[in-house]
Write a protein that binds this ligand. Structure first.
Ligand SMILES: CC(C)(COP(=O)(O)OP(=O)(O)OC[C@H]1O[C@@H](n2cnc3c(N)ncnc32)[C@H](O)[C@@H]1OP(=O)(O)O)[C@@H](O)C(=O)NCCC(=O)NCCS
Length: 437
C-alpha cells in the first residue's frame, strides 16, 4: 500500500497550483487558508466515516485516539501457529488465488501489466504509476523474502490476473523495540472489479500468510485516511525539466513567469560540487551500513538495516535505485550518503509524452557535507540522468532542504500506518526514518 502518493492518490502528485513555480514560503503553514479549512472539513468527514473492514482489524481506532489507558505495542498477542487459519480465504466463485513467482519473466510481465493499467492514479486521472519490472523484482525480493507473500488473484477461466498484493519482511524499530514486520505494498484490484469488497479479502489473505511465518505486525502507507495514521506526510516536487512538466500538466507556469525564466529558475550545474562525491560501490556496503545505522537512531520509527539489507536496498541498480556518497580524500572515510529510486508515471492521453521520469528521495545521511549541498548534488545527478522531477517526502530531515532547493508542495498527503501495533502519539513527519516504495 505504499503508493507514495497524496490524498488525491496522485502517482505524480501534481504540484500545488499555489506553488506557482516559485516556492511559496507560506504554502505549508497557513492555518487559516481555504485549503486548510477544506482539509479540516475533509478530516471531519473522514473521521465520522465508518470503516466496516478496518474497524474489525487490530489497528488504532479513531475512537481510541488520545486514550492514555491503552498500552503502546502489539494490540493483539500472537496466536499459536497451529491456530492460524491454514486454508486461504474464500474468493467469489470465478476467481482463484495464486502465488506469484517474481523470478519468472512471464509472471513479472503479468504483474507489470496489471499495475501499469490499474494502479494508483491522481485525482484528475492524468498520471498513473508505472513501476518497471526490474523495480518490482527489486522491491519484492529483499533478503529473506517469502514467495508466499506475493499474492495474485486470477479469473479461473481466462487465467487473467485481476488483483495483487504483496508483503516483504523488514525489521522496523519503533522507539526502543525492534519489531519483525511485513511491509505491505502494491495492493491493486483491476478497475472493472472495484468496490466489490475484494480489497479486504486481499488484505486478510496477506495477513494470514504473514502470520504463518510467525510475524504479527505490518507497516504500510496510503493516500487514503484509514484507522489510524501514525503520521501524515507530504510530497514535495523539484522540477528538473520544467517545460515538460508544464506541457504534461504536472505543474503550471506561474502567473508572473515566462517559460524561459522558469527554465532558468530550475537550472542546475552540470556536475556535483562536493569533492569526493561518487557513486556507491559494493565495497562501500559496510561503511554505508554504519553511517545509516548511526543516522536512523534519531527517528521514532525506522528500519533496522544490516549489511545484507543495505546491499539489497541501496547498492545502485540501473533505473531502479541510485546511491552516492562522499569519501574524504584524506581519511577515505565515508562521511555522507544520498539515494533516490526510480518510479516513472504513465502520462495518460497526452499526444507528446507517454512517460514522466521521476526520482524519489530515499535515504540520505549528512555528517560532514551540509544536507542542502548533498541534496543539490543528488538533484544534479538526477538531472544528468534525464529525470523530469525529483520528489521527496517531508520525512527525516528533508524539511531542511525542500524550500531552499526549490521544491514545491504537492497537493495531498501520504499516511503512514502500523498494523497490530499501537503508538500513543501521532508522529511528526520528521520523527519518521522510513521510506516505503
Ligand atoms: C485500493 C483498491 C485495491 C481498493 O479496492 P476497491 O475495489 O476500491 O475497494 P473494496 O470495495 O474492495 O474495499 C473497500 C475497503 O478497502 C479499504 N481500502 C481502500 N483503499 C485502501 C488502501 N489503499 N489500503 C488499505 N485499505 C484500503 C477501504 O477503506 C474499505 O474498507 P473500510 O470499509 O473498512 O473503509 C483499489 O481501489 C485500487 O486498486 N486502486 C488503485 C491502486 C491503489 O490505490 N492501491 C492502493 C495503494 S495504497
Amino acid at each position: 500500500m505504499a503508493d507514495n502518493d497524496v490524498t488525491s492518490s496522485s502517482p505524480a502528485a501534481n504540484q500545488n497550483p499555489n506553488s506557482d513555480h516559485t516556492v511559496d514560503p507560506n504554502a505549508n503553514d497557513s492555518e487559516t487558508s481555504i485549503d486548510s479549512i477544506a482539509q479540516q472539513l475533509q478530516d471531519g468527514i473522514t473521521l465520522s466515516k465508518r470503516h466496516k473492514f478496518w474497524e474489525s482489524q487490530p489497528v488504532g481506532q479513531f475512537k481510541d485516539a488520545g486514550n492514555p489507558n491503552l498500552l503502546e505495542g502489539p494490540i493483539e498477542p500472537p496466536t499459536p501457529l497451529s491456530e492460524v487459519k491454514q486454508q486461504p480465504y474464500n474468493l467469489p466463485g470465478p476467481y482463484e488465488w495464486i502465488t506469484c513467482d517474481m523470478d519468472t519473466k512471464e509472471m513479472c510481465s503479468e504483474v507489470y501489466s496489471l499495475l501499469t493499467n490499474n494502479y494508483v492514479e491522481d485525482d484528475e486521472n492524468m498520471f498513473r504509476f508505472n513501476y518497471s519490472k526490474d523495480f518490482l523484482q527489486w522491491a519484492l525480493r529483499p533478503p529473506g523474502y517469502y514467495r508466499s507473500w506475493h499474492i495474485g488473484v486470477r479469473v479461473k477461466l481466462s487465467k487473467k490476473l485481476v488483483a495483487f498484493v504483496t508483503g516483504v519482511p523488514a525489521k522496523i524499530r519503533v522507539k526502543d523495540t525492534i519489531v519483525d514486520m511485513a511491509e505491505i505494498n502494491f495492493l491493486c484490484v483491476h478497475k472493472k472489479l472495484r468496490s466489490k469488497r475484494l480489497a479486504p479479502v486481499m488484505i486478510k489473505e496477506v495477513t494470514r500468510r504473514v502470520h504463518l511465518e510467525n510475524i504479527w505486525q505490518a507497516t504500510y502507507t496510503a493516500g487514503v485516511v484509514l484507522p489510524t495514521p501514525i503520521s501524515t506526510c507530504q510530497y514535495w516536487h523539484r522540477s528538473l525539466n520544467p517545460k515538460k512538466l508544464i506541457d504534461v500538466g504536472f505543474s503550471r507556469l506561474g502567473s508572473r513567469m515566462t517559460m524561459s525564466r522558469t527554465i532558468k529558475l530550475y537550472k542546475l550545474p552540470d556536475s556535483p560540487i562536493t569533492p569526493g562525491f561518487r557513486k556507491m560501490e559494493l565495497r562501500d556496503v559496510p561503511a554505508v551500513t554504519r553511517l545509516l545505522r548511526g543516522y536512523l537512531k534519531q527517528f521514532i520509527v525506522a528500519p533496522d538495516f544490516d549489511e545484507k539489507d543495505v546491499e539489497h536496498w541501496l547498492l545502485p541498480k540501473e533505473d531502479v535505485v541510485d546511491s552516492y556518497l562522499v569519501e574524504s580524500s584524506e581519511t577515505h572515510a565515508v562521511t555522507d550518503f544520498c539515494s533516490f529510486y526510480t518510479l516513472p508515471s504513465t502520462v495518460i492521453g497526452n499526444q507528446n509524452y507517454s512517460i514522466l521520469k521521476a526520482a524519489y528521495s530515499y535515504y540520505n545521511v549528512s555528517t560532514k557535507t551540509p544536507l542542502l549541498q548533498l541534496m543539490n548534488d543528488a538533484l544534479i545527478e538526477a538531472k544528468k540522468k534525464g529525470y523530469d522531477v525529483f520528489n521527496a517526502l517531508n520525512v527525516m530531515e528533508n524539511e531542511v532542504f525542500l524550500k531552499e532547493l526549490k521544491f514545491g508542495p504537492g497537493d495531498g498527503q501520504l499516511q503512514y500506518y502500523l498494523y497490530n501495533y499501537r503508538l500513543n502519539q501521532t508522529l511528526r513527519p520528521s520523527d519518521l526514518g522510513l521510506v516505503l516504495l
